[in-house]
Design a binder for this molecule. Structure first.
Ligand code: G3H
Ligand code: ZN
Length: 279
């Protein structure tokens, strides 16, 4: 069933768990995510970045996700992940997405506020909720050193007040993709942000963070955790294995282990996020 993340994250915030937001770009990934949610009786956020939507087929892919969400026995919200422009967010809202993320984190504060507010105004007029980002969650290449621009709590407070966003993605040492060395989340900063921002907080770059750190982040106010890289790695690694048997030629026989691998990763995450049996 489709349920807005406004409701899903409010419940998560009250009961101190996080809802997993899992990226998808095709049928097998989607099936694996939804099955995992159903088996764990967990709410789910299915999300697509701009590249994933283009690969999936724009409206056609959205319709597929919507069918899965409607048929599912657990609550599912469909989210646009990292929308980069007002136009992209408008497309998603008009197409039927339940929530959109407008990512103006590379802009200077005033411009980020202006862009985010324009999306919030349009989205709210259509009953769609919005996630904004302040601070910068970088996407380093494997092994590369990157400068992490952490969220400034004062700026976060102003950003939320002036934009009216529903959820806030924060930079507390988290990065997208693969971490160089051990991830070092700044829990003190997360506490400071939480003191001045009351809306649900979002952690991007959920792959590669230890279960212990994730649980701590959730206990300190993270209500939504985005996971993509671990799904992509499970997909490609399993597909390579699956293709080794040259006698297997039916596409659905090749892809079945891939779907199972995705399901396994998602079930593990759900167990760590604490969202099992919360429907
Ligand atoms: O928006 C998507 C995510 O932040 C995923 O990050 O690929 O590091 O898991 P990840
Ligand atoms: Zn992200």
């Amino acid at each position: 069933m489709i349920v807005s993340s406004k409701i899903l994250l409010k419940k998560a915030q009250e009961r101190k768990y996080a809802v997993g937001a899992f990226n998808t770009s095709d049928l097998e990934i989607t099936k694996g995510i939804v099955l995992a949610g159903e088996e764990m009786k967990s709410p789910i956020i299915l999300q697509t970045s701009e590249g994933e939507i283009k690969h999936g087929g724009m409206e056609v892919f959205f319709d597929t996700l919507k069918s899965f969400a409607e048929e599912a026995s657990v609550p599912i919200n469909i989210n646009l992940d990292h929308g980069k422009s007002f136009e992209m967010c408008k497309w998603a809202i008009d197409t039927g997405y339940n929530s959109v993320m407008i990512d103006g984190s590379k802009l200077e504060l005033a411009k980020n506020i202006e862009l985010t507010k324009s999306v919030v105004d349009y989205a709210h007029s259509k009953d769609v909720v919005v996630e904004g980002e302040i601070g910068l969650v970088p996407t380093p290449k494997k092994g590369e050193d990157v400068e992490i621009l952490k969220t400034n709590p004062k700026e976060a407070e102003r950003f939320v007040k002036e934009t009216g966003v529903d959820f806030l993605a924060v930079g507390i040492g988290n990065v997208h993709g693969t971490y160089k060395g051990e991830p070092k989340l700044d829990f003190g900063l997360l506490q400071e942000i939480k003191r001045v921002v009351s809306i649900p907080l979002v952690l991007h770059g959920g792959s590669g963070i230890s279960g212990e750190d994730i649980k701590k982040a959730v206990s300190l106010g993270i209500c939504k955790i985005n996971v993509n890289t671990e799904l992509r790695e499970a997909f490609t690694k399993t597909l390579r294995e699956s293709l080794k048997d040259e006698d297997v030629v039916k596409p659905y026989d090749v892809m079945e282990p891939v779907e199972e691998a995705i399901e396994k990763v998602v079930k593990n995450k759900i167990a760590i996020f604490g969202s099992a049996n919360k429907i």
